[in-house]
Write a protein that binds this ligand. Structure first.
Ligand SMILES: NC(=O)c1ccc[n+]([C@@H]2O[C@H](COP(=O)([O-])OP(=O)(O)OC[C@H]3O[C@@H](n4cnc5c(N)ncnc54)[C@H](O)[C@@H]3O)[C@@H](O)[C@H]2O)c1
Length: 363
């Protein structure tokens, strides 16, 4: 599978994993040519360019978009129109109109679009999906998801203080996809309405809380941005309360942060006993370019926990391109998750007023 990559910060990480999974990185692009030198060793054999349009000159099966957060859709549509499969980083679009254009482009293309949502495949989220999937939790009524960085005030200012950089110009609600995408995957629901609030009115850009009404009737509460108490599970913490039990990632340091606590009261079980257990995710190993639970495939090297989501995502993308499997996170859930942040920004501007999230399910 021949791929190109645009943006060589997060994109270099993704491209390096693509190579380890057996894909060929044919061309790598960053408008900042200083990054090319540093990427050459990691991507032997790749051509380098500063202009993303140059990728059209290469015979590519797929492209990985890791350019600016608020500029993915125009590039995605250009590649889709040329029959090149797209894996797009963490915002699908900037507003409803662009989201609908992107959906139209996917629908008319011979190629596919996948959301690069590694947070849906992190170890703790997979354990939660298993618990919800087999009905252990019951009907999901409240789901919470955090994506929080406990950085110093100086480091936060350096990261989001420059209005010329995408991190400084996007709305404080925009980067909600790493919380909302796991919520949608866990519930199978769509976002209907959102109310958004700054955590601290004295520092309103740093962190937000959103209350998102879901089509299932459940409520999602999401928190993202910069707050102390950073979870070691790649900054992600997720909790699901259902009609029969609670399942949530452990708020603990180190490896335990990938585990999930499952709690059911006595009335919910056949023996009247409380069940309160901590579940540890299976170890994944990588062998012959494929990832599998340890012991179920050829013997291979273990994948570090923080990379599991990315590796599963890329393996799924390869299966989409090479085998015609459906995208793991297709365009409609990707656009829907992104539009929660767009509607959330409007809510934020109007003091937390509930704002409808556009319905893209049938678009
Ligand atoms: N899923 C994850 O875990 C994860 C982690 C980090 C970043 N991301 C996402 O990846 C994307 C990039 O994030 P980042 O942290 O690497 O950002 P960044 O700003 O540090 O790097 C982006 C790079 O893309 C290059 N670039 C931007 N527009 C370009 C263009 N039109 N042509 C060529 N090069 C271009 C820039 O020069 C820069 O080097 C964002 O959408 C971000 O949300 C996702």
């Amino acid at each position: 599978m021949r791929i190109g990559v645009i943006g060589l910060k997060m994109g270099l990480y993704l491209a390096t994993w693509c190579r380890r999974l057996g894909m060929e990185v044919v061309v790598a692009c960053d408008r900042d040519a200083r990054l090319h030198a540093g990427a050459r060793d990691a991507l032997p054999g790749a051509a380098f360019t500063e202009r993303w349009e140059d990728l059209f000159d290469h015979r590519l099966d797929a492209v990985v978009l890791a350019n600016d957060f608020d500029a993915h859709a125009p590039l995605a549509m250009a590649f889709l129109d040329r029959g090149v499969h797209v894996l797009s980083e963490a915002a699908a679009c900037v507003d409803e109109a662009e989201g609908r254009q992107l959906i139209d482009a996917v629908d008319r293309s011979t190629a596919t679009w996948s959301f690069a949502e590694n947070y849906v495949f992190h170890p703790h989220v997979r354990l939660l999906r298993d618990a919800v999937g087999v009905g252990e939790v019951g009907r999901v009524s409240l789901i919470e998801a955090d994506y929080l960085h406990g950085m110093s005030p100086d480091a936060v200012a350096a990261l989001i203080g420059d209005p010329g950089h995408w991190r400084g110009r996007i709305a404080p609600t925009a980067y909600c996809t790493h919380t909302v995408s796991p919520v949608l995957a866990l519930t199978g629901a769509w976002p209907v309405e959102v109310s958004a609030f700054p955590v601290d009115e004295a520092d309103p850009r740093s962190a937000v809380v959103m209350a998102v009404r879901l089509s299932s009737g459940a409520l999602a509460v999401t928190r993202h941005g910069f707050l102390q108490g950073e979870p070691d599970s790649h900054w992600s913490w997720v909790s699901v309360r259902g009609s029969r039990a609670l399942a949530e990632s452990v708020r603990g340091p180190g490896e335990r942060a990938w585990s999930v606590r499952f709690r059911a009261e006595g009335w919910a079980g056949p023996d009247g006993q409380v069940r309160d257990v901590e579940r540890v995710p299976p170890v994944l190993t990588l062998a012959e370019g494929r990832i599998a639970a340890a012991g179920t495939g050829p013997v291979g090297e273990p994948v570090e926990r923080a990379a599991e989501g990315t590796v599963l995502l890329l393996q799924g993308f390869r299966d989409t391109v090479e085998r015609g499997e459906p995208p793991l996170v297709p365009v409609r859930p990707g656009v829907a998750a992104t539009l929660v942040g767009v509607a959330g920004a409007e809510s934020l501007r109007s003091g937390g007023r509930p704002v409808p999230v556009p319905d893209v399910t049938g678009a």
